[in-house]
Each structure stands twice: as C-alpha cells, then as structure tokens.
Design a binder for this molecule. Structure first.
Ligand SMILES: [Zn+2]
Length: 125
C-alpha cells in the first residue's frame, strides 16, 4: 500500500505527503527513471537527474516517477539509499500522517536551483 500522495506544497509546486505514520528506516518509494551515464547526464541539464555513483545517474523526466515530487528540505525526513543500483527513499525519523516528505538535494542543486529564489522548506520559512 502506498504511504504517500501527491498534493500542492508550500515548498514548491507539488509535493509528496505521508498518508499514514511512517517509522524511522521504513522504505517509502523508489526513484525510477532512465539509467544514464554521467556524460549523458551532463548534456541533459535535467532537474530530475539523481546521481547513483561516480559514473551513472537516473533521469526521472518521466512523470510516472512519483518520487520526483519529493521537495528539497534543508532538514530532511527522508534519505536516499542506493540498493542494487536503485535509488530508494527511507524515513530517517518517524514521520507523522500528513507531513510533507523532504530530501536534501545537495549543495550543487541547491546553489543552482533553490538559492536564487530562496528556500521555502519548513526550516527556512
Ligand atoms: Zn531550506
């Protein structure tokens, strides 16, 4: 059963929200998409490219990837773990029903896409 739903977020566009309590370390969702090399990733300049390791990334241009709705939080409640070449999101603390899920996108992304307009995550607002 899905533990989340997409709805409008104050942070940015649509966000992903917990529809039930999620315990720390519980699996939530996988970041799916096209498996591409870093050379290809650098060419695309997509906002939805997620690095797996030094040589490969996942590009989630495809809207079927619900995990891409997870917004940036400076104090995240989910974390990504690379398992068998997949990017899987887990709760890094207990999450309440109704809470928005947030992930730390990393310095590079934040500098390029978030800082120019100002971060609207729960910690920064
Ligand atoms: Zn923030």
């Amino acid at each position: 059963m899905k533990k989340y739903k997409v709805k409008q977020s104050k942070v940015s566009g649509d966000g992903l929200f917990a529809t039930q309590k999620i315990a720390k370390d519980e699996y939530i969702i996988t970041y799916t998409g096209e498996y591409i090399t870093d050379t290809e990733a650098n060419k695309r300049k997509s906002k939805y490219i997620f690095e797996i390791d030094d040589t490969h990334s996942i590009d989630a241009q495809d809207e079927k990837n619900t995990a891409r709705y997870i917004n940036h939080f400076c104090e995240p409640n989910v974390e990504a773990r690379i398992v068998n070449g997949e990017i899987r999101f887990y709760a890094n603390r207990d999450i309440d029903k109704g809470e928005e899920l947030g992930f730390d996108y990393g310095e590079e992304y934040v500098d390029e896409f978030i800082t120019p307009t100002g971060c609207k995550c729960p910690k920064c607002i």
